[in-house]
Ligand binder design. Structure first.
Ligand SMILES: Cc1ncc(COP(=O)(O)O)c(C=O)c1O
Length: 391
């Protein structure tokens, strides 16, 4: 298709134009250029699961296509079966009791859910408190809402240092977004830290949003807590869960938000103005996944663990000092001396045909680091690590 004459004066809105290009978009452009130059790239950049969709999920999809409930619009809040499965999972896994009719909203993945939450709640000029190294949508959605993202520094232990923030900014804050286990740093916390976050939110009348995208990807006996396990958390908090990483279901685009009723109602008000409920078929698929989480997850986690171990070992054998992550599906490393973020990413593609993510994708504080995703078998990752470590 070709436009004969560029007659329309169309461009993205001023606010969209004011936001810098998404770093993953730029990474895609750079990958395209290398592929055009004839390179076959090993992509360890994006954290897109490569393990198969669980068989019981595929069975649920097949069954759903003959159920006869795909023709009509889905309920705004979510399909009752999906919401029941989500509530059952929260109860079984975290001991958190919830009401499927009141406490939930199905969303088309947690990235969209996070953006919708910000757009539903934040007024122009509101502050959104965000960890200084962050999953990009926290800041992008705040900018789209004409809010002001304020970065909260990490302490050495990976907890958030609120004392470093100007109290005047905290007074203007509408929301605090946290992400443990953290992408990209893989930092984890315990329930006591979650309780401190709830207390901070309560003391400052701030909505606490917990992004629990990596709820189940944890190793060596560590089990990520839910913020909703904290007594009274639903006074201030909502949490996002996603089928993406837990069940290798990124392409299904399905997750849920659960917690504070006022926040869920605001999200409902936003979503019902711009769309209908999340698509029915992914909800049937995700219902099967959450109902069977106890059997689905162990082999997925075992595979990630063997990849993590192979990658960490390979770097260590090559003389790199890397920490062993306790959770998530990444290795977060310091840049080798003499490289800046893009310089290193380009070097990895040019010299080794390997794609990694530059730390600056996760904010200024991420600069000086890079991220490797565990999205290839262990032997492939080990070879890649050996190659990268040889510089
Ligand atoms: C911390 C975090 N939150 C949310 C998401 C989005 O996941 P999805 O929209 O697929 O549920 C990701 C994906 O990488 C993530 O790392």
């Amino acid at each position: 298709m070709q436009n004969a004459a560029p007659s329309l004066r169309v461009q993205p809105t001023r606010v969209i134009r004011s936001i810098p290009k998404y770093v993953f978009w730029e990474l895609d452009e750079r990958k395209r250029a290398h592929r055009a130059a004839g390179r076959t790239l090993l992509d360890l950049g994006i954290g897109s699961p490569d393990q198969p969709v669980p068989e019981c999920v595929l069975e649920a999809v097949r069954a759903a296509t003959s159920r006869g409930d795909l023709n009509g619009y889905p309920p705004f809040r979510g399909h009752p079966e999906f919401l029941r499965a989500a509530a059952g999972y929260l109860s079984d896994r975290f001991g958190v009791q919830s009401d499927p009719d009141r406490d939930f909203m199905a969303v088309a993945g947690s990235k969209e859910g996070l953006a919708e939450l910000v757009l539903a709640i934040c007024e122009p000029g509101d502050v959104v408190l965000v960890p200084e190294i962050y999953y990009p949508v926290y800041v992008r959605a705040t900018q789209l809402a004409l809010g002001e993202p304020v970065m909260v520094p990490f302490t050495e232990q990976g907890t958030l240092d609120f004392a470093a923030i100007d109290p005047a900014l905290i007074a203007r804050a509408r929301m605090l977004i946290v992400n443990y286990p953290c992408n990209p740093t893989t930092t984890t916390v315990d329930l006591a830290e979650m309780a401190r976050l709830v207390e901070f939110a309560r003391a400052n009348s701030i909505v606490l949003v917990s992004d629990l995208a990596y709820a189940e990807l944890a190793y060596d006996g560590y089990r990520p807590p839910s913020v909703l396990q904290v007594d009274g958390a639903t006074d201030v908090a909502v949490e996002l869960h996603s089928a993406t990483k837990t069940f290798n279901m990124a392409g299904f685009r399905v997750g849920f938000v659960v917690g504070n009723t006022q926040v869920i109602n605001a999200l409902d008000a936003y979503r019902s103005n711009v769309g209908y409920g999340a698509a029915t078929l992914p909800q049937h698929a995700a219902a099967a996944a959450f109902n069977n989480y106890r059997t689905i997850i162990p082999p997925i986690v075992a595979e990630y663990k063997s990849r993590r171990d192979a990658l960490v070992d390979a770097f260590r054998i090559s003389g790199w000092n890397v920490a062993t992550p306790k959770a998530a599906m990444y290795l977060w490393l310091d840049l080798p001396e003499g490289f800046d973020d893009w310089g290193w990413v380009e070097h990895c593609m040019e010299t080794h045909n390997v794609v990694v993510t530059p730390g600056l994708a996760f904010g200024k504080a991420g600069t000086g680091h890079f991220r490797i995703s565990l999205v290839q078998p262990a032997s492939v990752l080990a070879n890649a690590a050996q190659a990268l470590a040889s510089l």
